[in-house]
Write a protein that binds this ligand. Structure first.
Ligand code: SAH
Length: 216
């Protein structure tokens, strides 16, 4: 398949970056990364012409690619620095993963839907995005690769998974949408071995974080 990124797409991306600035996305690393990732290649062909609107879209298997604002906000809250180890739960389309890799992090990402895992891993590899991708249950995290500087959950979690908190370094940050049908985006900072600080950021709506592996 031809993966085409034209001047027209670049122009639309620059407009999206301006729109995100107006919505209070200020981290230059995040804005630069959003300006680079060809989001239109992460959408199904029917939606390509809407790729640079600030909207979520279906990506198959009942899942969605998050709205650019949400991807930008979560990335900004994570305060991810180049070289840090970041765990993402919910690879989905691979778009958030690509943004984090553009920011220079060492990305580890888990997806439970086998179809999405295969598709997004292939696409990211074709586009040259280097990360480590796993088919698995994000509730368990990746104990063998822990601890992580940052953990980003991109599905609505009914509770904060203890196993994931334990995989966070002291001083590390987790960004997690907490709740069932609607969520509150939370930022959790690990103060020391036992203590965590929680901040409520704003309301959001994600597909649910589910248990186990699914699909063929
Ligand atoms: N970050 C993605 C957002 C995808 S939507 C993107 O940029 O496109 C959330 C994703 O989380 C879905 O693909 C869903 O299958 C996945 N998911 C839900 N529960 C999960 C779990 N327990 N472990 C891993 N992935 C999970």
């Amino acid at each position: 398949m031809v993966r085409n990124d034209s001047f027209r797409h670049i122009g639309m991306r620059n407009r999206l970056v301006q729109e995100l600035k107006q919505k209070n996305i200020v981290d230059p690393n995040v804005l630069v990364a959003i300006g680079k990732v060809p989001r239109h290649l992460f959408l199904e062909s029917g939606f390509i012409k809407f790729a640079y609107q600030d909207k979520a879209f279906p990506i198959g298997a009942g899942q969605t690619i998050s709205q650019p604002y949400t991807v930008a906000l979560q990335s900004q809250l994570l305060q991810a620095q180049a070289g840090e180890k970041v765990l993402e739960v919910g690879t989905g389309s691979g778009y958030q993963a690509a943004v984090l890799i553009e920011m220079g992090v060492k990305l580890f990402s888990i997806e439970r839907q086998s179809e999405l895992y295969q598709r997004s891993t292939r696409l990211l590899r074709e586009l040259g995005y280097q990360g480590r991708f796993y088919l698995g249950d994000g509730y368990e995290g990746l104990p063998a690769q822990a601890p992580f500087d940052k953990i980003i959950i991109t599905a609505g979690a009914p509770f904060v998974p203890k196993s994931l908190l334990m995989q966070l370094k002291v001083g590390g940050i987790m960004v997690i949408p907490l709740g069932d049908t609607r969520q509150v985006l939370m930022r959790i900072t690990r103060i020391n071995e036992e203590e965590f600080e929680q901040e409520e950021i704003e309301e959001c709506a994600f597909v649910p974080m589910l248990n186990g592996i699914a699909g063929k």
